[in-house]
Design a protein around this ligand. Structure first.
Ligand code: ADP
Ligand code: MG
Length: 254
């Protein structure tokens, strides 16, 4: 028993907490089942890797700051025929990140742009790719805060280096010319180095108004679109689906 205690402490020093906790009961279990040493070792290592994987996924998900949990499996492709399911599935395999490509999801409110952006982001976290999700407005607020606290370079460095950056709701609120400059720097820095996913309700010919500058808007779009998967979504808001169902039900009941 004393030997077990020594082993347990050594395993904890090695940060193999799960193996430390399981090694005694597993040893007994394997003995009873007549398994050999290699099986015992394999089972312990398997349990430890599972725990490590879960921990690392939880850490990445926390850091990504997704506003809610939306997965590809939760998405009903039958509802919206304008979305190419094969394309989304292929993007969810994340080759676009290796190819340093961007994704722009464009369309009216409620059609699933944010849902799909989060779902791809979750896939990236599962593959240990650091991801950051924020709305254009949050990006703007964080930029102002960084400026005030004189951490602008640090903030910019962090946001430029993030392997997958998701900027949600670009175009919902107008940006200042300072924001536009920052945005241009951000996109230029990430160009052909990291992937960015953008969701927007604004067609490209209105980006000049969003950034209050046609030249900057064109320069941003030029870089974003050079290696980019453009997903145009049309159709009704999914939020209306339940309303329609309820209405139909009420009409039938009349
Ligand atoms: P958008 O960002 O385009 O405005 P969201 O992604 O926020 O829209 O979608 C609005 C709500 O409807 C969310 O709760 C989302 O999960 C859901 N939703 C949208 N489209 C679908 C769909 N095709 N299948 C399942 N849920 C959907
Ligand atoms: Mg949205």
């Amino acid at each position: 028993m004393e030997q077990y205690e020594i082993i347990k402490n050594q395993l904890k020093d090695l940060r193999l907490e799960t193996i430390a906790n399981l090694c005694i009961t597993k040893a007994e279990e394997c003995r009873q089942q007549g398994k050999d040493y290699i099986d015992y070792l394999a089972e312990l290592i398997y349990e430890q890797t599972q725990v490590n994987r879960d921990k690392s996924l939880n850490y990445r998900l926390k850091k990504a700051k997704f506003p809610n949990w939306k997965t590809i499996d939760m998405f009903d492709f039958r509802y919206n025929k304008s979305i190419d399911q094969k394309l989304i599935s292929s993007l969810a395999r994340l080759d676009f990140i290796e190819d340093r490509k961007n994704i722009i999801l464009i369309g009216p409110p409620g059609v699933g742009k944010t849902h799909l952006a989060i779902a791809i982001g979750i896939k990236a976290c599962e593959k240990q790719i650091s991801t950051l999700f924020l709305t254009a407005q949050e990006l703007r607020e964080q930029l102002i805060q960084a400026q005030v606290s004189q951490r602008l370079q640090q903030f910019m460095g962090k946001i430029c280096r993030t392997p997958l950056l998701i900027i949600d709701e670009l175009g919902y609120l107008p940006l200042s010319s300072e924001d536009a400059n920052f945005f241009f720097q951000l996109i230029s820095n990430r160009y052909e180095k990291q992937s960015t996913i953008i969701t927007t309700n604004k067609p490209f010919d209105e980006w000049g108004d969003v950034f209050k500058d046609q030249v900057i808007a064109a320069a941003i779009l030029d870089r974003l679109l050079h290696h980019c998967e453009l997903i145009k979504i049309t159709g009704e808001s999914y939020r209306m689906k339940d309303k329609q169902l309820n209405q139909n039900k009420e009409e039938k009941e009349k």
